[in-house]
Design a protein around this ligand. Structure first.
Ligand SMILES: *Cc1c(COP(=O)(O)O)cnc(C)c1O
Length: 227
């Protein structure tokens, strides 16, 4: 575009996203407030993160433990009502730091990790709610458990590990229509009585809300481009 426009602030982005979320809820016949915005702050500057905090945003998502620590170690103390969600793959050697820093783990996807999280939560006396990541597209390179392995895995996480499993999360394959994947995830959650559904990013969150998302994870729509 050639026309010069006044730069949009993060507060304005958040305000318009909230309006879009509200409208998508109304369209779907869902209560306003049934969908929460997770602002994905990976690869964003502290300045932008502070702007989001100043506008009242309190739920943030990060996909790497190390980067999350550098973003949030100090800010965390200033904002006691902050909720940090881990939305990227977690290696077992990072579990200790993850349990200390995060409030919700959205990417639980294997038995070894479930066991390690349960042990560490007990040690730190922090019981974090978790979501199970489902690989709805059966992509080889992607994390998440297969849909047909969910029932047994859920049983393992709850029964054997005593984890607090609240819902499911997915990242649909890039080349496919996300709606199929959102519907599958919603169906799995319903079948297992799981209330939380983390699905939908900047490009497809309205579709996700129509399919039942309760958490939408937005990065570029909130902060602009990364890097
Ligand atoms: C980066 C990321 C997002 C945010 O993506 P945008 O397209 O910038 O909204 C959401 N979920 C996960 C798991 C991510 O890694």
């Amino acid at each position: 575009m050639t026309k010069k426009e006044k730069p949009v602030t993060i507060a304005e982005n958040i305000e318009s996203i909230k309006a879009e979320i509200g409208a998508a809820c109304a369209d779907a016949g869902r209560e306003a407030g049934s969908v929460r915005l997770v602002a994905v702050s990976k690869q964003q500057s502290t300045e932008k993160i502070r702007a989001a905090l100043a506008s009242g945003q309190r739920i943030f998502g990060e996909n790497r433990v190390q980067e999350a620590k550098s973003h949030w170690h100090d800010l965390r103390l200033q904002y006691p009502d902050l909720k940090l969600h881990l939305i990227g793959p977690l290696q077992t050697n990072k579990v200790k730091e993850a349990v200390a820093l995060f409030d919700v783990i959205e990417t639980l996807d294997r038995e070894k990790l479930a066991r390690a999280l349960a042990d560490e939560m007990q040690k730190q006396n922090r019981k974090l709610p978790c979501l199970i990541q489902v690989n709805t597209g059966n992509e080889k390179q992607k994390s998440g458990i297969a849909a047909d392995a969910l029932a047994a895995f859920l049983q393992f996480c709850r029964g054997d590990c005593g984890l607090d499993i609240r819902g499911l999360m997915c990242i649909p394959p890039q080349e496919e229509n996300p709606e199929t994947h959102f519907r599958l995830l919603a169906e799995l959650a319903r079948a297992h009585g799981l209330p939380e559904l983390s699905m939908g990013m900047s490009g497809d969150f309205k579709i996700a809300i129509a399919c039942g998302a309760t958490l939408v994870r937005l990065g570029t729509a909130v902060f602009g481009g990364r890097g």
